[in-house]
Each structure stands twice: as structure tokens, then as C-alpha cells.
Design a protein around this ligand. Sequence first.
Ligand code: SF4
Ligand code: SF4
Length: 135
Amino acid sequence: MKPKTKGQRKTSRRAKQPFSQHPQCAQCVPAKCCRYFSLEIDRPRVRRDYDDLLWMLAHRRVSVYIENRKWYLMIHTQCRYLDTETNLCTTYDTRPEMCRQHSWRECEWHGPYDFEEHFKSCEELTRWMKKKGVH
Ligand code: SF4
Ligand code: SF4
């Protein structure tokens, strides 16, 4: 598994500046991009692989998505550096490179994720497996 950027839209983050917050980010409450991360996972090939995915989806705050034919595990958890009262990053000057590369111009604020598939529950993945003939 390798860490993945939040979509392929990150280029630079002007979003969570403590003193000159971008107006778009000021409207983005709660800050969507600071509330999850995702990891690329192996594409499931056999029934046992799908069973493992169903097990992951049985946990709260976890979803699975496909983007550009690659599979990802998405963990919905808030960054510990997000100040939920101000909606600002409390470590802006030392924020990770991942955050620096994120652009408010093309970010989660602009609409739903453009994933090919997004499974938020075991039931959703099970339905998809049936449709695809996975036994
Ligand atoms: S999702 Fe976009 S608008 Fe919202 S805080 Fe992040 S960069 Fe700003
Ligand atoms: S470090 Fe700051 S900008 Fe990066 S995810 Fe956390 S709160 Fe958001």
C-alpha cells in the first residue's frame, strides 16, 4: 500500500492559511480535505480478496473506491491539526507536503468525488459484486 493524495487534484494548498484564509475555504465547513486520507490497495482478484474488502467495510469510517481502475481504501478521520473551531490548520508552516500540494482550485469543495465507484458499506460492494458476477 502507498499513501495517496486526496484525489489527483492537489497541486498547492493555499486553503488553510491561519492569517489569510482563502474565501473558498472559509465557506468549506467542515474542511473536507482535512477529514480523510486514502491508500492504494491491491485490486481484488479472487473471492477471498473481496471478503477482505467486506471485512474492511464492516468498520466504521471506512470506504473503498475505484479511480482510474485503481482501488483505494478511504479512512474518514479528522486530521489532529485541524482546529474545529476556526476551521484552520494549526501547523500551517510545517504542514506535510501532501497538504502543500493540495489546491483549493480543484478540490473536494467543488463537488462529489469523481470516482468510478465508491463503496460506503458492505451492502454496496456486495451489490456491485453480484452485478459483476463475483462469486
Ligand atoms: S476542500 Fe477545498 S475548499 Fe475545502 S478546505 Fe480543502 S482546499 Fe479549502
Ligand atoms: S496538516 Fe493542516 S492542512 Fe494538512 S490535513 Fe492537517 S489540518 Fe489539514
